[in-house]
Design a protein around this ligand. Structure first.
Ligand code: ZN
Ligand code: ZN
Length: 398
């Protein structure tokens, strides 16, 4: 039987596992129930399994029947603090916990791929590392797993790494898409505190008012983006929160702004961070205010290796047909901690349309929405693509 036929035979098991994961979502780096379910799904397979220390990760290594290098496949496992409103019968049992980004599908497809590849182990020309990762949604789980040695789990660094991500909208169900170069943005966050001196609203000359200066900062940030950055290497700066004051006749002591910044190159990422801080500090100084602002560590740009991305397109074309793959015309402005893996290992991040057939991908709720829905019908094909990527990449290296 072909890889695809084997995968499609597992459709019922895959849907059951996905719905079981969906019912009990967990957040952050510690997902004990999810980890148990993954271990149960892998039970009996000829895998070398280790679990994480600082997080509830599962790393499984499959040794091929023939010698060769290693390839890494990654699926993330964590959910989001959202209260589900899809109405599906397997909805989350918990308020403020939902698999709204479809990571339950990634976990399931990766477990399916482990089963598919274990069945073909004798012909496999090398090893496969299965990276079941907690904490993608802002917890740097991939970085923690790298620090705990996932890239060396098979004994040597993998020659390639692949990750799949489902989308509840934009793409029609079953369509795979990727591109060489930047695939997802770097996502950086900044909290800015503009400090002045509070006072009576009737006597502003006796205080140092942070509000007009903070307003100028908001508009100046947009001018900075349009005047100093190449329109073909985009930068997005959004001030998503602006908090100051309590009443109309009181000048507050401070204003607090919260920003998200998206970039698609390391050059622009470094430049915008430097220029934002300079602009904020200088604007504050011009009005006699002090400004506290320092960027933390956000996720880097997710950069696909052009050859690995083209290879992924070939695998989808061979296994499912050329009409199931689209070269992405542009990157996505979301961000991903798989970027840390791709900083170390050439590979590709691939999006998979999972919009259910009764919804229109042009208008269906996006990932992270309380109403985001993902179609179980994509699970066998996704598992087959994970497995096909590993099998063929190893064969290619022979
Ligand atoms: Zn997400
Ligand atoms: Zn996600």
């Amino acid at each position: 039987m072909s890889l695809l036929e084997n995968a499609r035979e597992m459709a019922g098991d895959l849907a059951r596992l996905r719905q079981d994961l969906h019912t009990e979502p967990e957040l952050g780096l510690h997902l004990p129930r999810t980890q148990d379910k993954v271990l149960a799904a892998l039970d009996g397979l000829p895998l070398e399994i280790t679990t994480g220390d600082a997080l509830s990760s599962v790393t499984a290594v499959l040794r091929g029947g023939r010698p060769g290098p290693a390839v890494l496949l990654r699926g993330d496992m964590d959910a989001l603090p959202v209260t589900e409103r899809t109405g599906v019968p397997y909805s989350s049992r918990f308020p403020e916990r939902m698999h709204a980004c479809g990571h339950d599908l990634h976990t399931t497809m990766l477990a399916g791929a482990a089963r598919l590849l274990a069945d073909r182990r004798q012909d496999l020309a090398g090893d496969v590392i299965f990276m079941f990762q907690p904490g993608e949604e802002g917890w740097e789980g991939a970085k923690v797993m790298i620090d705990e040695g996932v890239l060396d789990a098979a004994g040597e660094r993998p020659i390639a790494a692949y990750g799949l991500h489902v989308l509840s909208t934009v793409l029609p169900g079953g369509l795979f898409t990727s591109r060489g170069g930047p695939m997802l943005a770097a996502g950086d966050a900044l909290t800015v505190t503009v400090r002045g001196k509070g006072g009576h609203g009737s006597t502003p000359h006796l205080s140092v008012d942070p509000i007009p200066a903070a307003c100028q900062m908001v508009t100046a940030l947009q001018t900075l983006v349009t005047r100093e950055f190449d329109v073909f290497d985009p930068v997005v700066v959004t001030v998503g929160a602006f908090h100051a004051g309590t009443a109309g006749n009181i000048i507050p002591d401070q204003a607090v702004l919260e920003l998200t910044v998206r970039t698609f190159s390391d050059t622009n990422r470094a430049k915008i961070q430097k220029r934002i801080i300079e602009l904020l500090m200088d604007t504050g100084a011009a009005y006699g205010l002090t400004v506290d602002a320092a960027f933390g560590r956000g996720y880097p740009v997710t950069v696909n290796d052009p050859e690995e991305s083209a290879f992924a397109g070939d695998v989808v074309g061979d296994l499912l047909g050329a009409d199931r793959y689209l070269i992405a015309p542009r990157p996505i402005t979301g961000s991903e901690d798989f970027s840390y893996v791709l900083e170390e290992v050439p590979g590709a991040f691939i999006a998979l349309g999972a919009c259910p057939p009764h919804l229109d991908p042009a208008t269906a709720p996006f990932n992270h929405s309380a109403e985001a829905m993902f179609d179980d019908a994509v699970l066998p094909d996704g598992a087959a693509i994970y497995a096909g990527l590993a099998e063929r990449r190893l064969a290619m290296a022979e």
